[in-house]
Design a protein. Structure first.
Length: 154
């Protein structure tokens, strides 16, 4: 019998042994800034995303800074932090589709420099609609979309 595919909320709840703080090698230190790096748990990323109130925004880089501080590390893994934010976004969308009203406001979590993440549920159009409904201005630069004045909104 085929194994049932886990829901997004089940994926979010599976910490897979994280968080873990690792010592970076000399080569890794050159790339990531040295010292230690935390690999966060998915629910830690979601918890930070949940704190962003209406009208405010946060970037993945700011989430990484908060995670590093929480664990006393020099940095937080950019790859897992991004993946876990993506899982949190899909888990929130899944809950919303089932009628839940209070979900993680994933549309307020942006990539570096205020860029919208097209891989979030609903893509750019849904993100743009939600952000504009909260008073933000979304602008297109080339093929990418950004929140205008992002720095002032954090």
């Amino acid at each position: 019998m085929p194994r049932k595919k886990p829901t997004w909320r089940e994926k979010l709840a599976d910490d897979k042994g994280y968080p873990q703080t690792i010592q970076l090698s000399a080569e890794q230190s050159k790339r990531w800034g040295g010292g230690t790096m935390v690999i966060p748990a998915p629910r830690e990323v979601d918890a930070i995303m949940r704190t962003v109130r209406k009208g405010r925004l946060i970037s993945i880089n700011e989430i990484r800074r908060q995670l590093a501080a929480l664990h006393g590390a020099n940095s937080a893994c950019p790859i897992t932090t991004g993946i876990f934010a993506w899982i949190a976004a899909h888990a929130a969308d899944e809950a919303e589709q089932e009628g839940k009203r209070r979900v993680t406001p994933y549309w307020r979590t942006l990539k570096a420099k205020g860029e919208l993440n097209p891989k979030y549920p609903g893509g750019i159009e849904r993100l743009r609609t939600r952000l504009e409904a909260e008073g933000h201005v979304v602008v297109q630069r080339g093929k990418r979309f950004y929140v205008d004045g992002f720095q002032e909104s954090t």
